[in-house]
Design a protein around this ligand. Structure first.
Ligand SMILES: NC(=O)c1ccc[n+]([C@@H]2O[C@H](COP(=O)([O-])OP(=O)(O)OC[C@H]3O[C@@H](n4cnc5c(N)ncnc54)[C@H](O)[C@@H]3O)[C@@H](O)[C@H]2O)c1
Ligand SMILES: [Zn+2]
Ligand SMILES: [Zn+2]
Length: 364
């Protein structure tokens, strides 16, 4: 089969690799139907995640069809359509038993495209299949559910739930990339009175308005803290979510919350950020961090299934899986391409469309 292989810092290729097979009794073999690229894949390509060995297939988000299951897999079978999530759960370790799948110490956690071969390939071996994949309802398209593999549960759990967004809250979200926009989308589930999106890019802020933000602030030329204080009678936001991953934006979040407010950090930080404890020590603030656990995936899937949540606007570009190399170019240059998420599909996009069009032509 073919897959998108990390060839060492700065290098990737779409190339022929050995077919995966069942290795453990708990594995499933899945044909990948749709997959997507994450900012984390770009970090790996830059060499920021040194534990990823050259030769590893990248990708940790996919929708696929089960081809074969190991002898102890009992809840899915060949032919089932499943979501493969960025987080795998062994189902047995202390953390998995407590619902902290992201912290799994039994061989799960974030493993795809990291510690084992990932999902940007024609087929994938999926460990702990019973406790790690989600069967999908027939009526939902791949694109409706694909973003449940990472950005939706990440923004919802690490941003909205950790930040304890409540009805009527003023929520400030710093960073309007896919994660920040998914935080805008899922914060609305709790009916805040106002969502303020803050970013340096006007294009990204325009998307934040599309996704449901009420106010946008470009902190490149506006003092964001002062603007938020003005909007909140001098108090500050109830909740601030950090969705960039740099010291400046964490410090901004800590500045713009009200006494008793909550800062939910989502960004992955590579450098130390200052916490000015001399200011918030007396203000009863809560600061949370976290890796996504994906425990909210079934809940978010029900919301999508019932039409209460629509993540399809994240899909800005589509490519056949075999054109993964081009897809990376588009995804890595969002200021030129406007990309949020690029969808890689097993069936070439054109061919899929034709199947839908043919009966209409036949009628005419
Ligand atoms: N905690 C988790 O489990 C988890 C999971 C996935 C991703 N993440 C992290 O979430 C963060 C966001 O991910 P993404 O894919 O949306 O990233 P992204 O790079 O696509 O978006 C980041 C956004 O931040 C904006 N930005 C950059 N500097 C800024 C500044 N100084 N002030 C305001 N805005 C600024 C950019 O214009 C961009 O729109 C990343 O750090 C990513 O690694 C965390
Ligand atoms: Zn990811
Ligand atoms: Zn575990």
């Amino acid at each position: 089969m073919n897959g998108l292989v990390f060839e060492g810092p700065g290098a990737r290729s779409w190339t022929s690799v050995p077919d995966p097979s069942i290795e453990q009794a708990t594995d499933a073999l899945v044909r990948i139907d749709s997959t997507t690229i994450c900012g984390t894949d770009l970090h790996i390509l830059k060499g920021d995640v040194p534990e990823v060995r050259p030769g590893t297939i990248l990708g940790h988000e996919a929708v696929g069809t089960v081809v074969e299951t190991g002898p102890s897999v009992s809840t899915i079978a060949a032919g089932d359509r499943v979501l493969i999530s960025c987080i795998t759960s062994c189902g047995r370790c202390r953390f998995c038993r407590e619902g902290h799948y992201g912290l799994c110490v039994g061989g799960g956690g974030w493993i795809f495209g990291h510690l084992i071969d990932g999902l940007q390939a024609e087929y994938a071996r999926v460990p702990f299949a019973d406790t790690s994949v989600y069967k999908l309802p027939e009526h939902l398209s791949d694109e409706q559910v694909l973003f449940l593999a990472d950005i939706l549960p990440t923004a919802f759990e690490v941003g909205v739930v950790n930040g304890r967004v409540e009805p009527g809250d003023t929520v400030a979200i710093v960073g309007a990339g896919p994660i920040g926009l998914a935080a805008v989308l899922t914060a609305k589930l709790f009916t805040p009175s106002r969502i303020i999106a803050i970013d340096l890019s006007d294009a990204r802020l325009a998307r934040a308005l599309d996704f449901g933000a009420d106010v946008v602030i470009n902190n490149g030329h506006t003092d964001a803290t002062r603007s938020v204080l003005e909007l909140t009678d001098g108090l500050g936001a109830d909740v601030a979510m950090e969705a960039v991953g740099i010291p400046e934006t964490f410090e901004l979040c800590a500045e713009l919350i009200r006494p008793g407010g909550r800062v939910a950090n989502i960004g992955v930080h590579g450098r130390a950020a200052d916490l000015h404890l001399e200011k918030p020590w007396i203000r009863d603030v809560t600061i949370t961090t976290g890796l996504v656990d994906t425990t909210s995936t079934p809940r978010l899937l029900r919301l999508i299934s019932e039409g209460r949540l629509d993540a399809t606007p994240f899909a800005t570009h589509r490519f056949p899986l075999a054109d993964a190399m081009d897809a990376y170019e588009v995804f890595a240059a969002p200021e030129d391409t406007g990309a949020l998420k690029v969808v890689l599909e097993r069936e070439p996009v054109e061919r899929k469309r034709k199947v839908v069009e043919e009966p209409v032509e036949a009628l005419a």
